[in-house]
Unconditional design. Structure first.
Length: 681
């Protein structure tokens, strides 16, 4: 059986055909073969991204797929993007295999079929086999095939930042044309905003970022960020979030930010060094001066000092530790390549051994190496991950490891105990004694009698207490423990706002008061719909509706975010909105001139909504498609995905609604005797 393909058309019908005769044009106009799914306990985020390349919403099934979408949207050579483009079928080893790639990119150099998968899962035998036969089929067709994993963090942050400026309709065409005609060659990025004296620097800076997104301007690789007009662009340099806890090296000494202060002269930071001395400097000095350098918070070296850091780590080892680290690195190379040296040109006698031959599956190699070294397969996988990320330095003994029973006990027993604890995440809470006995039995079955030292009962209890911090099981409620265990890890499992407008939280709630309808003269239920900028926690839109919320009400809240209500002349001066997200007490009081605004105006990039009918309606989707707004639905029954707006509803109820006549409480058991009658007062 030759490879076959099924393509879904926009009207929902499916077309089957031979893969060899399928054209890029037929796939380019296809609808997604499947849409994202929702289920309880889901850890990843699915949603729709508004692509400037295609001018439409494109679906993604995870934050890592969204990262690939950002790169494709930023790539000037990409002309089309299709998500979940087709179903590919092929007979492999006597069985019919099926696979749906993640993306189909139409580029100037030809089509690219893309599969997105986290780097840690590439060693999975099923994943490896699926990608292998898919690659053969795609390359036989004459197209390119790509397996895409986590990109460099600094590059992703730069592109994510520029993506906020991708919507061209937000910029004045005349201003863009003036910037195109300005001589910006060699001008530092920080100074380019002042190139047009007749325009606000904020407007010019935003327009420059838009032209960077479109590759009409580019930034070279100088630390100062020098602009160049024309040519192909490449945004470089790392982005760092500066806040309380950020560490710097300033004048050769390590300092930590303990406070951010807004003054009339600009933003300042309060720093404390290792001796407890405190000093205050301007934020601009800390970010752009050669005297200061950010100490990365990430788990590993930054792009500029990776080699130096690895050499420092290895240089701190003693002779025995260095020899043990090199020996362990040889074992990891043998698992990955079959050779201790990592190269067939430097093969030792009898290499590769039969259990580490190239044809042997990786899982079998891990099991063989675990048996050879007397450790668990999980330990081998942890060493492999560290070796891939940091080389030999990742296998070096860690300095300053945490002390305690779990650190001093045999790690095979500790890892087995943690394994047993994880298995009971969704079960009723077991006793500590049960977990200890189950761990002891599993250790004996796995490693043999008297191979792994068994801790005493008291020590085992202390080990479980240490492991409770890594995987809660005994102390909190089982629901809370499941919630903690389900928390996503890493940047591809979290929503992290980095600037105003990046995420707009929208939600509706039934108010705990009865309202009075002036037309029917009856009390009615009332619902409140709000929009909140996640970064600044500012309420950007409010709408109260009788009985229930409609899709048009949600669209009205979104409209208010773009076009806030004007300041009412009868309002006090303190009600006029200050600078976006900055408390009024941090600004110098000035007289209000002209018409003020009741809320801050923003152009939201992404809506974070729940699965209510009005928020998944075609009406709201069409509005977002027209305005260039992405949609990120929250996960099912995961309130923390919209935590700030849920907390706002609680504050509204506790600090305002319960003081109003007609307050009926959060449930019927909290309701007063004549609440309906109070609604008429």
């Amino acid at each position: 059986m030759e490879a076959a393909v099924s393509i879904r058309r926009q009207d929902g019908t499916a077309e089957d055909g031979a893969w060899a005769s399928t054209t890029a044009r037929s796939i380019e106009s296809a609808a997604p073969w499947r849409t994202f799914r929702w289920y309880m306990g889901q850890k990843h985020y699915s949603g729709t991204y508004w692509s400037a390349t295609v001018g439409d919403l494109v679906i993604y099934e995870s934050r890592l797929e969204l990262a690939r979408l950002l790169f494709a949207d930023f790539d000037a050579s990409v002309r089309g993007i299709v998500a979940q483009p087709f179903l590919l079928k092929k007979v492999v080893e006597g069985q019919v295999r099926k696979h749906i790639p993640d993306y189909f990119l139409v580029t100037e150099d030809g089509p690219i079929v893309v599969d997105v998968k986290p780097r840690r899962r590439l060693d999975d035998p099923v994943v490896d086999s699926t990608f292998a036969w898919t690659r053969r089929a795609v390359e036989e067709r004459g197209w390119r095939y790509e397996v895409w994993s986590e990109p460099p963090p600094a590059e992703l942050e730069n592109i994510r930042f520029l993506a906020g400026f991708r919507r061209e309709w937000l910029f004045d065409p005349e201003l863009l044309q003036k910037i195109r005609g300005a001589d910006l060659d060699g001008v530092p990025l920080g100074e380019a905003a002042g190139c047009l004296p007749g325009h606000e620097e904020e407007h010019v800076r935003a327009a420059i970022h838009h032209l960077l997104w479109k590759h009409e301007l580019c930034v070279d690789h100088e630390p100062a960020g020098v602009l160049d007009a024309g040519g192909e662009a490449g945004v470089s340099g790392a982005s760092t979030r500066v806040g309380v806890g950020t560490r710097f090296v300033y004048d050769g000494e390590a300092v930590e930010v303990i406070e951010l202060v807004a003054t009339t002269a600009g933003n300042e930071v309060a720093l404390k060094d290792v001796r407890g001395r405190v000093q205050r400097l301007s934020l601009k000095e800390m970010l752009f001066s050669d005297r200061a350098r950010v100490i990365p918070d990430g788990p590993g070296p930054s792009g500029a000092d990776a080699d130096e850091l690895a050499s420092v780590v290895l240089d701190q080892l003693g002779d025995d530790e260095r020899e043990a680290t090199a020996e362990r690195a040889g074992h990891m190379r043998e698992v990955l390549t079959g050779f201790r040296s990592g190269s067939p040109e430097l093969a030792a006698d009898a290499e590769p051994r039969d259990e580490y031959a190239l044809a042997v599956p990786l899982e079998a190699k891990k099991a063989a190496k675990a048996g050879e070294l007397g450790v668990t397969v999980r330990t081998i996988e942890r060493w492999l991950a560290a070796f891939r990320d940091h080389g030999e330095a990742g296998l070096a003994p860690r300095r300053g490891q945490a002390s305690g029973p779990a650190a001093s006990a045999d790690q095979r027993w500790v890892e087995t105990a943690l394994e047993v604890m994880v298995e009971h995440t969704n079960s009723s809470r077991p006793s500590r004694t049960f977990v200890i006995e189950r761990t002891r039995a599993r250790v004996i079955a796995r490693f043999g009698m008297e191979v792994v030292p068994q801790p005493s009962r008291a020590t085992a209890f202390r080990i479980l207490q240490d492991l409770e911090g890594r995987h809660p099981l005994f102390r909190l409620s089982t629901k809370r423990n499941r919630d903690i265990a389900g928390r996503p890890e890493g940047p591809y499992g979290k929503l992290r706002p980095t600037r105003p407008g990046e995420y707009l939280l929208m939600d509706s709630t039934r108010l705990d008061v009865f309202a009075f309808d002036p037309l029917t003269l009856r009390w009615v239920q009332a619902e409140l719909s709000v929009g909140m900028d996640w970064y600044t926690r500012c309420i950007t839109g409010v709408r109260v509706t009788p009985v229930s919320t409609k899709a048009v009400d949600v669209a009205a809240v979104l409209f208010e975010s773009f076009r806030p209500r004007p300041f009412n002349a009868r309002w006090p001066g303190g009600a006029v909105w200050p600078e976006h997200g900055i408390p009024r007490t941090a600004l110098v009081d000035v007289a209000v001139e002209g018409v003020g605004l009741a809320s801050p105006p923003i152009a939201p990039e992404t809506l974070v909504v729940d699965h209510g009918k009005v928020y998944v309606s075609d009406h709201l989707s069409s509005v977002c498609r027209r305005m260039g707004i992405s949609i990120q639905p929250a996960r099912l029954r995961t309130g923390r995905d919209k935590g700030p707006v849920e907390r706002f509803f609680r504050t509204l109820r506790e600090d305002l609604l319960q003081a109003l006549p007609g307050y009926k409480g959060p449930d019927i058991y909290s309701r007063g005797e004549n609440v309906e009658g109070e609604a008429f007062s």
